[in-house]
Design a protein around this ligand. Structure first.
Ligand code: SF4
Ligand code: MG
Length: 324
């Protein structure tokens, strides 16, 4: 089958005062197949949120192309983009910030239904909107009575259910979720992750799921992309990446997770040092300043993301072959 979403050589640069440039995305390419969950992981500041926003065209690219459902969307103007907006929706980390506190839940969820016409290009009737609101409440397991209440009357987990209902209002194909459970208590996190999984099965959704918590990513993702300083350093099926990491950075991220959340092999490599500034990233492999495996070649030559085995790829001159 063909990918639902293709990102090709995405670059995003920010010009800073004093002539400096921050390269937030550095030649990122990936594909998302229909029905899969691509987990995007990495430390904060690695570019995963920027990538999510660029995929939705909420942030403009500096270069590169995005193809959604066979259509090049990266060069579309806002007007041409509008009918596609219903197909791609985003759920954010902060469940409260994305809900206007002065408006009732029913109004907030109905907003996209009022703005966008229905499948036949018609404005939706009041009755059609009410029927859809009832369906959406059922989908996210909230009582219909919630529609008449205000955001502050709900817990963080309930507010995230409300945000999910709103994201699903127009029956999108793709949902980009940016750390949607990071602000929630651990017990509530599991419920929301389960809800995402249920909804994917029921509605045939496709997700790009951004998270820094590897346990969450392991639970929900079918494939994982690991990012470091704006680039993808490892990409593959979730089991392969999290249990047999090939990139030393991935191995270090996993080693930093307290057991028994994720268990893997024997070599324990902990991350040393801070993430370098993306304004003046290290030469060659950007991870060489922190990598326990670094050799002379690593600071001289940037490794390409290349396939190692099956669909497992890593950007490293000396991948952890014992893992493969
Ligand atoms: Fe480490 Fe070198 Fe691989 Fe970079 S290329 S991750 S520095 S071994
Ligand atoms: Mg972020």
């Amino acid at each position: 089958s063909t990918p639902l979403l293709r990102a090709i050589d995405l670059c995003k640069e920010y010009r800073l005062p004093r002539g400096q440039t921050l390269r937030a995305l550095d030649n990122v390419s990936l594909e998302v197949m229909p029905g899969e969950v691509l987990g995007l992981v990495g430390e904060s500041g690695c570019g995963k949120s920027t990538l999510g926003r660029c995929l939705l065209r909420l942030t403009d690219l500096s270069s590169g192309a995005i193809i959604f459902d066979g259509q090049e969307i990266s060069s579309l103007g806002e007007r041409a983009m509008r009918p596609l907006r219903r197909q791609i929706q985003m759920v954010f980390q902060d469940s409260y910030a994305s809900l206007n506190p002065r408006r009732r839940i029913g109004d907030l969820i109905a907003e996209p239904l009022r703005v966008h016409p229905d499948e036949n290009g018609q404005k939706r009737s009041r009755a059609a909107i009410d029927a859809r609101l009832a369906e959406l409440m059922e989908l996210v397991s909230l009582p219909a009575s919630a529609l008449a209440r205000y955001p502050h009357e709900f817990s963080g987990g309930q507010r995230q259910r409300i945000n999910i209902a709103r994201a699903l209002a127009l029956s999108p194909q793709l949902v980009v979720a940016d750390e949607p459970v990071s602000a929630l208590d651990v017990s509530v996190q599991a419920q929301i992750v389960n809800l995402f999984t249920d909804l994917r099965e029921r509605l045939g959704l496709t997700y790009v799921f951004i998270a820094h918590d590897l346990a969450v990513v392991r639970q929900i993702s079918t494939r994982v992309a690991v990012m470091y300083l704006g680039a993808i350093v490892e990409l593959g099926e979730t089991d392969a990446v999290l249990h047999k990491p090939a990139h030393p950075y991935t191995a270090a991220l996993i080693a930093a997770v307290p057991e028994p959340v994720i268990r893997h092999g024997t070599s324990l490599t902990l991350l040393r040092g801070d993430i370098p500034s993306p304004i003046s990233p290290p030469s060659g492999c950007r991870f060489h300043t922190r990598c326990p495996k670094a050799e002379a070649r690593c600071s001289a030559e940037a490794p390409e993301l290349r396939p190692l085995q099956n669909d497992h790829a890593a950007a490293c001159h000396f991948p952890l072959m014992d893992s493969l």
